[in-house]
Design a protein around this ligand. Structure first.
Ligand code: AGP
Length: 613
């Protein structure tokens, strides 16, 4: 959940670190800090609040060090405060550490260190790490060049939980050490300099060449090289992965907020997702997927497992796979799946959806399925992300970096990719009519232009936002595939406007929730599924009768029927309609948040990548 940045080179580290932190702020933003190796030893500067506060710290401009580590925090242990901000030092001020993750046994380790004379300045779990490193360093009687490395290794072997850590020390003034277990960390390879980051976009403007650290790997960085070790300190080789993302795509490009930029990037993101996967007059093509025909025929059940918005995309994936392939699909929330005993065997395909590829619950759910013999497929937006390294197979949405905490383009590109995947399965299985598949492919190819049209609802949504931004509660209704859009529209609203909202399957309304409908309450309905339109209209009439204000998103010609506002989106086939009907709802959430003067990109209490349980 936190973001970490490191630099080792010949330039002043501090500005590079702060700049990197600003790009990582979506991962956590309650406090921030940097540590550099200066001529007179380690310097640590940190403060509560946003990264930009670091610019105001006394002496920050005087830092000359060319090696440094930095951190932006999302509190887990200990409230947001200067003391709890990273980097943390050991008692002798010899080792500075930043950490992303959670140390589950920190209480035991703290008690052990206290018994050995150590004291603590913060309430964090992290502070045990520099002190443990110091403990092992001072116990080691062999004084060779690997003494610090051994101390770091011993300390990390004591840690339970998840960690990506960076260590600098006065004992190794020309090195920086990093270790990773279940928390993301990449190393950017430069010329005479190297970078460290929690994710690729933050350092994309410096390099496109990355080493992707795996679990239980340690790297010792110097200016000219990176030496890798396994957890037993055997040297290992790692390949460089080149990333073809454009650095400017991680910037705001003139938009007021990343979220708005990402909403408007959807046409292009979807073009990239489609890529060459739908060749003319040929079956869909997944070069990166080597499923055998026999395996596809053997699948008896598919699980789609994810969290939040990705789970909502999974619900639309279920509609596509069940309809086209006639294989039952269960969509599950990763945090639930990982703690139940899912019925899985070698004929089960488990699909894990994760924009970041770093969501702890989704990764744990994948590992569980693997241990039970299922075949696992990860769908992520981030090449080299943890989940794609765990899965048997991986495919990518290629939507480009998504920075805003509220997911938009990652969601629509996931729905597109799941539809193409369903077609690919159906073409192998021969399970869907050729004409239907042909129409669906044409509709997918037409999506980028149709999203451009859906984006034209922007001014209507902005106006509508002005009329409802002060509301306290709202309802979202939909039937069939439109229920998925209701869920996602409601989540977007909650996340960035802090307005309470509930999404219901429209037919469920009369089984309880209708008791909450009273005069003046806003009810937003989605209506795109031809065969269910009339049913949902009846439900809308039920709320109108009880005094609700209504907004309807539809791709059908509807009689006004006393509905207050009707927003039209382009027509498409039912399976793809969530990709278009969500657009006005993303814009609505955005404009309500702006009307309320909130921080759209960094909503309170949330973080972009939920890398802890
Ligand atoms: C989306 O707006 C949310 N911020 C959140 O629900 C997100 O989709 C979820 O945490 C899963 O993230 P992932 O796709 O990176 O795994």
């Amino acid at each position: 959940m936190c973001g970490i940045i490191g630099y080792i080179g010949t330039k002043k580290a501090a500005p590079i670190l702060i700049n990197g932190l600003l790009r990582l702020e979506y991962r956590g933003y309650d406090s921030a800090g940097i540590a550099t190796i200066e001529k007179n030893g380690l310097s640590v500067m940190k403060d509560k609040g946003r990264v930009k506060n670091l610019y105001n710290l006394d002496g920050i401009d005087d830092l000359e060090g060319t090696i440094g580590i930095a951190h932006t925090r999302w509190a887990t242990h200990g409230k947001p405060s200067k003391e709890n901000a990273h980097p943390h030092l050991d008692n002798s001020n010899s080792f500075a550490v930043v950490h992303n993750g959670i140390i589950e046994n920190y209480n035991d380790l703290r008690n052990f260190l206290v018994k050995n004379g150590y004291t603590f300045r913060s309430q964090t779990d992290t502070e045990v790490i520099p002190n443990l490193i110091h403990y092992y360093y001072s116990k080691d009687k062999v004084d060779d060049k690997n003494k610090v490395l051994r101390a770091v290794q011993h300390a990390c072997k004591d840690l339970k939980g998840s960690f990506a850590i960076q260590v600098i020390t006065k004992y190794l003034p020309d090195n920086l050490i990093v270790v990773r277990k279940d928390s993301p960390l990449v190393i950017g390879k430069g010329d005479g300099e190297n970078y460290i980051s929690s994710d690729i976009p933050a350092i994309l403007s410096f390099t496109k060449d990355f080493y992707l650290l795996d679990n239980y790997e340690i790297a010792v960085l110097s200016r000219d090289q990176v030496v890798f070790y396994d957890f037993d300190l055997n040297k290992i080789n790692k390949k460089v992965t080149s990333i073809d993302w454009n650095a400017t795509s991680a910037d705001k490009d003139g938009y007021e907020d990343y979220m708005l930029k990402e909403i408007y990037e959807q046409p292009n993101a979807i073009r990239e997702t489609i890529g060459s996967r739908i060749p003319e007059n040929e079956p869909c093509n997944f070069e990166d997927l080597s499923f055998t025909k026999e395996f596809l025929f053997s699948i008896n059940k598919i699980y789609i497992v994810a969290c939040g918005t990705a789970m909502h995309a999974g619900l639309s994936g279920k509609c596509a796979i069940e309809h086209l392939c006639n294989i039952p699909v269960i969509v599950d929330v990763a945090s639930e799946f990982r703690y139940r005993n899912p019925i899985i065997d070698k004929n089960t395909l488990c699909i894990y959806l994760s924009q970041s590829g770093e969501t702890a619950d989704t990764i744990a759910a994948l590992k569980l399925a693997k241990s039970k013999g299922a075949t696992t497929l990860a769908i992520s937006n981030v090449i080299g992300s943890s989940i794609t390294r765990e899965a048997d197979y991986s495919i990518f949405t290629h939507a480009g970096p998504e920075i805003a905490v509220a997911s938009t383009k990652a969601y629509t590109s996931q729905v597109v990719l799941l539809n193409i995947l369903a077609i690919y399965f159906a073409e192998v299985l021969g399970s869907a009519p050729v004409e239907e598949i042909k129409d669906l492919k044409n509709e997918i190819l037409a999506l980028p232009e149709k999203i451009e049209s859906a984006l034209k609802t922007s001014s209507q949504m902005k106006e509508y936002a002005k009329s409802i931004y002060q509301e306290k509660d709202m309802f979202f209704l939909g039937r069939g595939i439109d229920y998925n859009t209701a869920l996602e529209g409601s989540l977007k609203l909650k996340e960035i406007s802090y307005i309470h909202s509930e999404a219901y399957a429209a037919g469920e309304l009369k089984h309880g929730p209708i008791a909450l409908i009273e005069s003046g309450i806003t009810v937003i309905s989605i209506l795109t599924d031809e065969k269910l339109v009339e049913k949902t209209i009846s439900n809308i009439q039920e709320v109108i009768t009880r005094g609700a204000k209504t907004l309807v998103i539809t791709n059908k010609e509807l009689p006004s029927n006393n509905i207050d506002v009707i927003i039209n989106v382009p027509d498409t086939c039912t399976l793809l309609s969530p990709i278009l009907s969500i657009v006005p709802l993303q814009l609505l959430a955005y404009y309500i948040s702006k009307e309320k003067g909130l921080d759209v990109d960094k909503p309170r209490n949330l973080a972009k990548s939920v890398t802890v349980e």
